[in-house]
Design a protein around this ligand. Structure first.
Ligand code: 2P0
Length: 330
C-alpha cells in the first residue's frame, strides 16, 4: 500500500488554455509539450487503514486545507477504481518553486497519479495514467511521458479520449529550455480560474479554440522534420496568442512583470543577431527561452543580464514518469 514516483515538469510549446468540461477537466484545445529534466516532483503515497483523513506534506510542511482537499478529491478517483476506502499519507517534494508558473501541478499530479495507482495495487497503462493525471491537472496528463508529447483534446463526453501521446522519445532531439526566473511569488490568479475567466469574457476565445488544430498540425510536422526555426516560431506564436486571450479577459489577466517583457525583447534582439532562440511564457512571470545546445551559453548570459532576472535554470529534454520504490519509507 506504499509507493514512490517521480515525474518531471513540462513546458507547453503549443498552449492549453480553456476547458470543454470543467468537472472532468477536459481541455478545449490540444497541446504539445517538452518534458523538462531539471524540474521534478517526487511523491510518496501510503494508504493506511489507521488514518481518519488524508494527510499531505508538501515540501516538508503540512499543506493547507484547500490543497489537501484537492488531493483528497483526486485520491477518491483512485480509491474508487481500486474499490477501497483507506485514507493516505502523501509526501510530495518539488525541486523548484511551487505555483509560480513553473508548472508545479504538471509534475505534481503526474507523480501523484503514478504513486497512488501503484500503492493502490492498480496496474494502469500510460494512457490510463494520463487520463487519470488529467483529472488532477490538465498539464499533468503530458508529464506521464518524457520527450515531446501531445495532449489530445478528445471529443468523448466522458473524457476517455482526452489523454497524452508521445510525439518523440526523450533522445530524439537535444533541445534546451532556459527559464529566467523573475519572481518566486505565488501567482495571484491560478490557471483554472484564469481559463474560466477567459472562456466567459474574452471576445477572442472562440477564435483561439478554432485555430488550435492548425497550430497542432504545424507543430507535429515541424517536430517530425526537426525544423527548429518552425518549432520556435510556432512556440512564440502560441504563447503570445494565449496571453492575448488572458489580456483580453475581463478583468484582463496580466501574468507578466517588467523583466518578463524585457526578456521577450532580449530574445528577439538575440534572434536579430542570427541566434536561433524563441520564447514562451506560461500563466506566470517567468520567461522561457527555447534554443539548441550550441546557443544555450549565450542565451543564458543575455537573460542573466536582464534587470529583475533572479536566476536562469537550464533544462534539457526530460524522461518518462517512473515508480522509484514501491516500499519507500515515508
Ligand atoms: C499549458 N498552462 O499548456 C498551459 C499554458 C499554463 C499556461 O496547463 O486547470 O495547472 O489544472 O488543468 O494544467 C497550466 O494549467 O491547469 C497550464 P488545470 P494547469 O501548460
Amino acid at each position: 500500500m506504499k509507493a514512490t514516483a517521480k515525474a518531471h515538469s513540462n513546458i507547453a510549446l503549443i498552449k492549453y488554455w480553456g476547458k470543454r468540461d470543467e468537472r472532468l477537466n477536459l481541455p478545449a484545445v490540444g497541446s504539445i509539450s517538452l518534458t523538462l529534466d531539471a524540474l521534478h516532483t517526487v511523491t510518496s503515497v501510503h494508504f493506511d487503514s489507521a488514518l481518519n483523513d488524508d494527510e499531505l506534506i508538501l515540501n516538508d510542511e503540512k499543506a493547507g486545507d484547500k490543497e489537501t482537499a484537492r488531493i483528497s478529491a483526486f485520491l477518491d478517483l483512485i480509491r474508487q477504481m481500486a474499490g477501497m476506502t483507506h485514507k493516505a499519507r502523501i509526501n510530495s517534494q518539488n525541486n523548484f518553486p511551487t505555483a509560480a508558473g513553473l508548472a508545479s501541478s504538471a509534475s505534481a499530479f503526474a507523480a501523484l497519479a503514478l504513486a497512488a495507482a501503484k500503492a493502490a495495487g492498480l496496474s494502469l497503462s500510460r494512457k490510463e495514467l494520463s487520463v487519470l493525471a488529467r483529472q488532477g491537472s490538465g498539464s499533468a496528463a503530458r508529464s506521464v511521458y518524457g520527450g515531446l508529447v501531445e495532449m489530445k483534446r478528445g471529443s468523448a463526453a466522458d473524457g476517455r479520449d482526452a489523454y497524452a501521446v508521445r510525439l518523440a522519445e526523450p533522445d530524439y532531439w537535444d533541445l534546451r529550455l532556459l527559464i529566467a526566473v523573475t519572481s518566486e511569488a505565488k501567482k495571484p490568479v491560478g490557471s483554472t480560474a484564469g481559463m474560466r475567466l477567459s472562456e466567459r469574457t474574452s471576445p477572442y476565445y472562440h477564435a483561439w479554440v478554432d485555430n488550435s488544430e492548425n497550430d497542432l498540425q504545424d507543430m507535429r510536422q515541424a517536430v517530425q522534420q526537426k525544423d527548429f526555426e518552425k518549432v520556435g516560431e510556432l512556440c512564440e506564436f502560441s504563447a503570445l496568442k494565449m496571453h492575448a486571450l488572458a489580456l483580453s479577459s475581463n478583468p484582463g489577466l496580466i501574468y507578466w512583470n517588467g523583466a518578463t517583457v524585457e526578456g521577450m525583447h532580449v530574445v528577439r534582439s538575440l534572434r536579430r543577431t542570427g541566434l536561433p532562440v524563441w520564447f514562451t511564457i506560461d500563466a506566470g512571470p517567468q520567461l522561457k527561452a527555447l534554443c539548441l545546445p550550441e546557443a544555450a551559453a549565450k542565451v543564458t548570459e543575455a537573460l542573466q543580464n536582464v534587470p529583475g532576472v533572479r536566476q536562469v535554470i537550464e533544462c534539457r529534454t526530460g524522461p518518462d514518469a517512473l515508480v522509484l520504490n514501491e516500499e519507500a519509507p515515508l
